[in-house]
Structure formats: C-alpha cells, structure tokens
Design a protein around this ligand. Structure first.
Ligand SMILES: [Zn+2]
Length: 122
C-alpha cells in the first residue's frame, strides 16, 4: 500500500522570526501539525520546532498558512538524505531555526549547494 509507506518532508516557519523548521513525517501533515500544536499547548519541548516556538513565539500559525510540503515519497533512506539536504540548505541560507542547525555540514551537500548558486548567478 503506497499511502502507508508515504513520507512527507515539510517546513514550518516561525511566524516571529521568519525562519524555518524542516521535518519529516510518515503521518499526514495535518496529523503531524496537531502533534506540534499539542506539545506547544502543554508546554512540552519535544522537538526543535516546539522548543523554538515556546522560547520565542508562544504561538504557531495555522496549518494553512504555515506548513509547506517540500517533498513526498516512499519512506526510507532517500527521504532521510533529502531531509538532511533541506536542513543544511536552510542552515547555509540562515533560514533555519537555531535549535536545528547541524553540528557539522555534510561536504557533498555544501558542494551541491555551491554548484546550484553558481548556476543561479550565471
Ligand atoms: Zn522564531
């Protein structure tokens, strides 16, 4: 069954800082969003996203105007790599919440990012 194996990579912006949390879930975006909201309501910093919101914002936009789907595919290794790629991309562009900034960048991703920037300015 395709649906049960589907996984989503999404971003969720902080409405105060206009920077992003990047996450992946194998539930629907709506279910994942509800979990974030519950953690915020109960003051439970379970994820980098919630801990950021509790520290700086104390509120979260609605699912319609915040959650953006980045990619959907079968759950697995490739989606894990893609999630890391998007996290690093946001980190390099300084649009990632500080709670999620990776300790070290993966060199291959940095090379891909530089190549993309070079193409963009050609
Ligand atoms: Zn913020």
């Amino acid at each position: 069954m395709y649906m049960t194996l589907a996984s989503w990579i999404y971003d969720l912006p902080c409405v105060t800082c206009h920077i992003y949390y990047v996450g992946q879930t194998d539930r629907t975006l709506k279910q994942r969003y509800s979990v974030h909201i519950q953690y915020i309501r109960y003051n439970n910093p379970q994820s980098a996203c919630v801990s950021h919101i509790l520290r700086y914002t104390l509120k979260c936009g609605s699912i319609q105007n915040t959650v953006t789907l980045i990619n959907r595919d079968t759950k697995g290794r490739l989606m894990g790599i893609l999630e890391q790629l998007f996290i690093q991309k946001c980190s390099l562009e300084q649009t990632l919440i500080q709670e999620q900034i990776p300790g070290e960048n993966i060199s291959l991703f940095t090379v891909l990012y530089d190549v993309r920037l070079r193409h963009a300015t050609d």
